[in-house]
Ligand binder design. Sequence first.
Ligand SMILES: Cc1cc2nc3c(=O)[nH]c(=O)nc-3n(C[C@H](O)[C@H](O)[C@H](O)COP(=O)(O)OP(=O)(O)OC[C@H]3O[C@@H](n4cnc5c(N)ncnc54)[C@H](O)[C@@H]3O)c2cc1C
Length: 57
Amino acid sequence: GIAWSGFDENYMLKKLPGIFAAGEMLDWEAPTGGYLLTACFATGKAAANGMAKWLEG
Ligand SMILES: Cc1cc2nc3c(=O)[nH]c(=O)nc-3n(C[C@H](O)[C@H](O)[C@H](O)COP(=O)(O)OP(=O)(O)OC[C@H]3O[C@@H](n4cnc5c(N)ncnc54)[C@H](O)[C@@H]3O)c2cc1C
């Protein structure tokens, strides 16, 4: 997975502006031992918001 330090608060890759990542592309462990889909949907929505912000800005 991509390290947290590799992307900004909008889930955009610092080294590849305009490229966003979510879900299993990210380096995270589920402390819950599950709910991976929930986290994938949540980070997917956050990344989509980031994309919209980037396109507007
Ligand atoms: C057997 C199994 C059971 C699971 N059960 C659960 C469960 O009960 N509950 C739960 O919360 N989680 C579960 N998970 C985990 C959950 O399914 C995954 O964490 C989640 O689906 C990951 O979503 P994602 O969008 O990050 O990746 P993926 O769902 O893997 O999506 C990635 C997509 O990218 C596509 N792709 C890959 N390379 C390219 C390319 N070069 N160009 C274009 N497209 C490409 C792939 O075809 C795929 O459609 C399970 C996982 C497995 C394997």
